[in-house]
Write a protein that binds this ligand. Structure first.
Ligand SMILES: Cc1cc2nc3c(=O)[nH]c(=O)nc-3n(C[C@H](O)[C@H](O)[C@H](O)COP(=O)(O)O)c2cc1C
Length: 360
């Protein structure tokens, strides 16, 4: 893929989720209900949302999930997101740093994040495709860490996305051996991140045995990359009668199912992304076993508005809204802090199709 193609693809990925409906047809969080407590005796303002992300303290269990980088507009979006994340003391992940490695002129679209956010935990990002390359170099992985002084690296697993785009990278047989080299050389935590198709119990075990320190389950129910590619009409359809991007739009393990199943086999850190849309969804994710809730769609929308109006106020407001919603949820359950929420697995009910997913 040449530079112009990568640029166009980056811009498409930012604009399509805002302008078109590329969400999974089902959002599974509505099938989880939390138990109401009629006499909340905890003080609303005293509820403590602080939590830890590896060795760093953050103000609330919220992460701006990987969205972008590698383009002039991405640089501005990243500046907005990182400034807001720093001021609200939450976690931020950058989008795939492949562009920053392949075209040095785009490095600044990632570096800007650490420049404006010196204190918060930052998660770097690179794909299984790059790790699986024959001429993979450990130096490139180190460059990604250094580019943003990352506290944690995420390797994203995006097999479906690669499959439904033209010239996608679908050859991963060198992944394990190359990852072993990474593990031997890199000391910071590395998490395995899905991007909307979820991690199964078996996959979590495999990845933990390979040496991953945590997961972003990135399950189905939110933004669908197959739906994005279907709108981009990037696939050369002449060869087949149907575009696979249309067919696989709803493929994947629902986010709540993925959280529950990964937690069954692992004590490692879990970020939940994939269809979380408000603070109650964070509480639901945590009660199921996650540590942190992550959002791409919500922050893409807020940052895009901010970009057009030269402000950061929409993104700040979105973070404060999420905090208010989690706090409200804890208060209505009479819980003092995030740890109490983690230990309240008896205070949720799972209904309908989600129950079926979990009981077959
Ligand atoms: C525009 C856009 C770009 C994304 N780029 C990346 C990426 O580069 N790396 C990655 O790991 N995930 C990427 N994701 C996936 C998100 O981090 C997240 O896991 C997924 O969108 C599900 O969350 P959501 O339903 O809140 O959007 C991207 C998502 C969006 C919407």
């Amino acid at each position: 893929m040449n530079e112009n193609d990568i640029n166009k693809r980056k811009l498409d990925h930012l604009k399509i989720p805002i302008e078109e409906d590329v969400q999974h047809s089902e959002n599974y969080f509505k099938y989880i209900k939390l138990m109401h407590h009629s006499l909340p005796e905890v003080n609303f303002e005293d509820i403590d949302l602080t939590t830890k992300f590896f060795d760093k303290q953050i103000s609330a269990p919220i992460c701006i999930a990987a969205i972008t980088g590698g383009h002039e507009i991405s640089k501005e979006i990243n500046r907005i997101l990182a400034t807001a994340a720093e001021s609200e003391k939450i976690i931020m992940g950058v989008g795939s740093q492949r562009a920053g490695l392949e075209d040095l002129s785009t490095e600044n679209s990632f570096k800007v994040v650490r420049e404006v956010a010196p204190n918060i935990p930052l998660i770097g990002n690179i794909g299984i495709g790059q790790i699986s390359e024959k001429n993979f170099k450990i130096e490139n992985f180190k460059k990604c860490i250094d580019m943003i002084n990352a506290n944690v690296m995420a390797i994203h697993f995006n097999a479906l996305h690669e499959l439904v785009q033209d010239n996608g990278n679908i050859s991963y047989n060198l992944f394990r051996s190359n990852f072993q080299k990474i593990r031997e050389n890199i000391k910071i935590p590395i998490i395995a991140k899905e991007v909307g198709t979820g991690i199964s119990k078996e996959m979590a075990l495999t990845l933990e045995n390979l040496g991953f320190d945590g997961f972003d389950v990135g399950g189905s129910g939110g933004t669908s990359f197959a739906a994005i590619e279907s709108k981009r009409k990037s696939y050369v359809v002449e060869k087949y009668s149907r575009n696979p991007a249309d067919l696989f739009k709803d493929w994947g393990i629902p986010t709540p199912v993925s959280i529950i199943n990964v937690r069954k086999v692992s004590n490692k850190f879990i970020i939940a992304t994939g269809g979380l849309r408000n603070g109650v969804d964070i509480a639901k994710s945590i009660i199921l076993g996650a540590d942190i809730g992550g959002f791409a769609y919500n922050f893409l929308v807020s940052a895009w508005k901010d970009y057009q109006n030269d402000t950061i106020s929409n993104t700040i407001k979105e973070i404060r809204t999420l905090k208010h919603e989690i706090r409200s949820c804890l208060w209505l359950m009479n819980l003092k802090n995030i740890n109490e929420l983690k230990n309240s697995s008896n205070k949720r009910v799972i209904l309908g199709i989600l129950y079926e997913w979990l009981n077959q």
